[in-house]
Ligand binder design. Sequence first.
Ligand code: SAM
Length: 308
Amino acid sequence: MSETYHIPAMLHETIEGLRVRPDGTYVDVTFGGGGHSAAILDDLGSNGRLYSFDRDIEAYENAGSIRDDERFTFVHSDFRYLGQWMDYYGVTELDGVLADLGVSFHHFDTAERGFSFRFDGPLDMRMNRQGGRTAADVVNGYNEDDLARVLYLYGELKQSRQLAKRIVKCREQSPVMTTNDLVRAVAGKAVTAGQLTPLQKKEMTLVFQALRMEVNDELGALRDMLQAASELLAPGGMLAVLTYHSLEDRLVKNFMRSGRLDGEIEKDFYGNIHTPFRLIEKGLTASEEEVERNPRARSAKLRVAEKI
Ligand SMILES: C[S@@+](CC[C@H](N)C(=O)[O-])C[C@H]1O[C@@H](n2cnc3c(N)ncnc32)[C@H](O)[C@@H]1O
């Protein structure tokens, strides 16, 4: 397993939160570089089982010797289909579900995947390159209002309308096909990523985040997965989620608090709160020492809940 594919964030804290039972059945819905999956397997006995999902086949191709572990099954799928896949494998109850959301270092650091404006590359951003629309399809195909909506909802950019207008103006001259094209379109002039001011870099990061979330329907997949995980977890089973930005974190926080995707807390006649979870970790962040070693762990937030 190559270390540069990904460095797992908050590995110790996450595995501790999962309270791995040696004979339990676990799902890691975001295999990535396999760091968290390997640690779960280390804690599992010979009767334990681990199912790991990733919608990117390159994660599996990089997985190395873990693939030969008889307790391990790789599922090449969007984790939104967690329920259907467990049904397929005849698994009716889970002891733990782990989600480490977003993209891997491999995605960010490979120019041809188009996730980062640090390199020039095709404007792709699909986690699963075997199908679906690319970021270039979104940027060149959406009308101005829809582009503004994506930038506003997923990038929380107040200037979304102005940015969408700039992108549309630019694509009228020629299609926006590369990450450099998008940098120029958003900046409104011919600049390279290296010439951006810190403020422009922040804006660009949010534009790229918004497009990535739209291309991969990240919040939609997260909603479906949380619902399925909640239904599959046995009493005492653990749900551990690492989030990297406020949109996904808010969704996970509300879901763990209420057991509902709309975040509405159900109360009975006497005002007692009914929720399927007991909150264990409410937004733990990486230690200073970890952030120094792995600066990308800076934005990680760990939430853990136990199924009641
Ligand atoms: C942050 S990385 C996970 C890193 C992993 N925990 C490790 O230790 O290396 C996120 C991974 O989840 C995958 N992923 C993100 N959303 C997904 C989804 N909806 N379905 C399946 N895989 C997804 C990405 O392709 C990526 O490989």
